[in-house]
Ligand binder design. Sequence first.
Ligand code: ADP
Ligand code: MG
Length: 486
Amino acid sequence: MAEGLLIEGRTGDWEMVIGLEVHAQVISKAKLFSGASTRFGAAPNSQVSLVDAAMPGMLPVINAYCVEQAVRAGLALKSRINLFSVFDRKNYFYPDLPAGYQISQYSQPIVGEGDIVLDLEGGATRTVGITRLHLEQDAGKSLHDRGPAATHVDLNRSGIALMEIVSEPDLRSAEEAGAYMRKLRSILRYIGACDGNMEEGSLRCDANVSVRRPGEAYGTRCEIKNLNSVRFVMRAIDYEARRQIEVIEDGGTVALETRLFDSEAGVTRAMRSKEEAHDYRYFPDPDLLPLVLDQAWVDEIKAALPELPDDKKARFIGDYGLSAYDAGVLVAEKDVADYYETAAQGRDAKLAANWVTSELFGALNKAGLDIAHAPVSAAALGGLIGLIADGAISGRMAKDVFAEMFETGKEAAAIVEAKGLRQVSDEGAIEAVVDRVIAENPAQAEQCRAGNQKLAGWFVGQVMRATQGKANPKLVNEILRIKLSG
Ligand code: ADP
Ligand code: MG
């Protein structure tokens, strides 16, 4: 284990142990056991079937598309697909759960053990175990802000399919937990199984955290519920680990409990202890048969999977000569990877990677746009990169041209022509200007030949000024060096 991951306590070093349980909303037009719509933002209780409202006598019918999505996610997470799985009832009372139980999977989930590769700082990677992925229903939503005297319930979310994805306790820092969330989100978005929108609640995380002395057995964990941004996951874990270290160093013991993160205060608070934990009385749902899958169908889904982030990253490193870091940044979002490949087509691939990750990302960030709404198309950026590679414009000028492309949506070549920016790379023309500038400044030329380095730079400036900045600076430097050598 890397030294850098240890936390220094008052009485020595500590190690964090983290396992994440992530709820990912399945992309599907209909719910897991009913035909009601899953559209986000609809008027309250406008997308509720009799099944979702748990009317007596209603029977659930499994949505095959949601099953396919779970299988796709399992395969993308390099996990075992269980051809036989079972739906159980998880019993508890809550006003937003009309049936009094949630249909979930418990001892026999649809997906078993697998792997996920984390992309860490500096291009390093680490493989973390996936324990399982199971399908379950979401609950409705209690609304406490619709009136002073009552709580209202919106059942639109009731019955929407969720995938719960559980990791092994393999993560060792908040950074690794953040990398896990980002990678999981990236994979689910690539395959179209979940939109990964944490603000809308499509992806939510419960973080299990414990601490131990390096090399010792796992300590008692606390579970922090319902974290809805990667930043909150990381902050909550850091706070919680430090809290537990303090408790133990003060001679106390960590209690097995469920906690909530207060993002305003930056602290976790006890919600319920394990003694108060629900007894869910799981049992197989008598209204549903076990789910039996056909291996040939699973194989078909596997064959139809798109290229996944890890494979794309390896290809970008191999085919384009990119660093692991740049490749990792470019493949995280499929839209970005596609944009990059179009821009780099037939161009200097490393130069294209630099332009996408620095200038383009910077401009998009500043404008608050995502890549799908970039005012500069991938082909147009490719055109600009072509002009730089040909020596038609300098890298410095290209930044101004890019800014104008971003603002106006015009092509690079059109801007360069209209403004007469085309760089002069004609050696004869540059030599003529150099000769003239030297002739006009004989005293400075003399000192320069005598070894005054400062004046050499001054001459470059004079030539660039005389050409309105259009002379190819590399050629200017070369020609001046020859003409002013002692
Ligand atoms: P439960 O069913 O009570 O939620 P699980 O054994 O299924 O418990 O574990 C849930 C999560 O807790 C998993 O992500 C697992 O990796 C993590 N976990 C288990 N033990 C520890 C521990 N000692 N420290 C941190 N995380 C843990
Ligand atoms: Mg749990």
